[in-house]
Design a protein around this ligand. Structure first.
Ligand code: ATP
Ligand code: MG
Ligand code: FE
Length: 351
């Protein structure tokens, strides 16, 4: 089956055509980032995001169809992110998907954005359920047990900032550009990781929850003491921050793998990473060593599929269609939609 996917939940306008599930193939994958629109504000402005999605989505869908060499007759279904995310953007994507589905007479699949991230590795890698997913993006930081399509269990989450958000806020307070992750990573490469002692919040407590707000505050306090700060100090602070985040993730991943083995004795443990923060080389290498020490397989999909894209939404649509019922035209956008409530596939009231 061939599915058109649409993603508009945050600051990427994206459309893609994916064929599968057997011999899965991405026929096209168009992503337009809104970074330029949001840079001067140091973060995503929801109203600007929604307007930018409206302006370009039709063109992005056309481009995806053209790149794939597809006409409407070649498409079997339209899948769109129905949440969670910024309400304005989700409305634009879902309504566009409904209009296309109605006009072309195709079924509609409403996809949870996090489910898209969770299932991506099955598009790119030969991967059976269950597996462990570490989702680290600008809006989310969580450990999920992916037991099947629609069967997710959240094992732990950040109790305050998402990791990408912590990178973005840290960059902002150090005068680095948005998005903060790549900027902090670049500076960290020239920094002395041992100069500043920064905390590893929550690691003294059991469980898989994480916290990053305290780390950012500790960094701010150190930076304030040294004002005005020079470039080397910025680099040293970035190095210390990045190492602290990598340590927290490595430690929590170790516990998550232990939990996986308790829950599924004898099953080969697999940990999959997704989300924009997965681009960070230090974090990737910390996770790679943690997995290898635990004799676990580590899967990191290609970067353009780790960050927000529509191929993951089209693929989740394919995986969901395989299970049966699709969504009807009354499906509403759900700005808040925890993944562990996806199981029924029915869109009730969002929480
Ligand atoms: P959502 O949370 O809804 O999935 P998002 O758009 O916030 O959406 P992504 O597009 O997956 O998330 O990722 C963007 C985030 O990843 C930003 O916070 C950015 O700073 C962070 N990021 C990108 N590259 C790096 C990097 N090299 N190191 C650390 N963080 C990074
Ligand atoms: Mg984004
Ligand atoms: Fe995302």
């Amino acid at each position: 089956m061939t599915v058109l996917g649409i993603e508009t939940s945050c600051d990427e306008t994206a459309a893609a055509i994916v064929r599968g599930p057997a011999n899965a193939e991405i026929l096209s994958n168009v992503v337009r980032s809104q970074i330029d629109e949001h840079t001067e504000f140091g973060g995503v402005v929801p109203e600007i995001a929604a307007r930018a999605h409206i302006e370009v989505l039709d063109r992005i869908v056309d481009e995806a169809m053209k790149d794939a060499g597809c006409g409407w007759d070649d498409i079997d279904a339209v899948a769109a992110t129905a949440g969670p995310g910024l309400i304005g953007g989700v409305i634009v994507g879902l309504m566009t998907a409904k209009a296309i589905a109605m006009a072309a007479g195709k079924p509609l699949v409403a996809v949870n954005h996090l489910e898209g991230h969770a299932l991506t590795a099955r598009l790119t890698d030969d991967l059976e359920f269950p597996f462990l997913l570490l989702l680290v993006s600008g809006g989310h930081s969580q450990f999920l047990l992916v037991k099947g399509v629609g069967d997710y269990e959240r094992l732990g989450t950040t109790i305050d900032d998402a990791i990408g958000e912590a990178f973005d806020k840290t960059a902002k307070l150090l005068g680095l550009p948005y998005p903060g992750g790549p900027a902090v990573e670049r500076m960290a490469a020239q920094g002395d990781v041992s100069r500043f002692k920064l905390p590893r919040p929550l690691l003294d407590r059991p469980g898989l929850d994480m916290s990053f707000a305290g780390l950012k505050t500790a960094l701010r306090t150190q930076a304030k003491k040294l004002e005005p700060i020079d470039d080397q100090t910025v680099a040293d602070l970035c190095a210390g921050f990045q190492r602290a985040v990598a340590d927290v993730l490595a430690s929590r991943t170790k516990s998550a793998l232990a939990l996986f083995e308790d829950r599924f004795p004898g099953r080969p443990p697999v940990v999959v990473v997704a989300g924009g923060v997965a681009a960070n080389k230090e974090i990737r290498s910390a996770l790679t060593s943690t997995a290898s020490e635990a004799n676990a397989r580590f899967v990191a999909p290609p970067l353009q599929l780790c960050t927000d894209n529509a191929a993951m939404i089209a693929w989740a649509g394919i995986e969901k269609m395989r299970l049966g019922p699709v969504d009807d035209m009354a499906t509403s956008p759900r700005p808040r939609w925890p993944l562990d409530q996806t199981a029924s596939g029915v869109l009730g009231s969002g929480k």
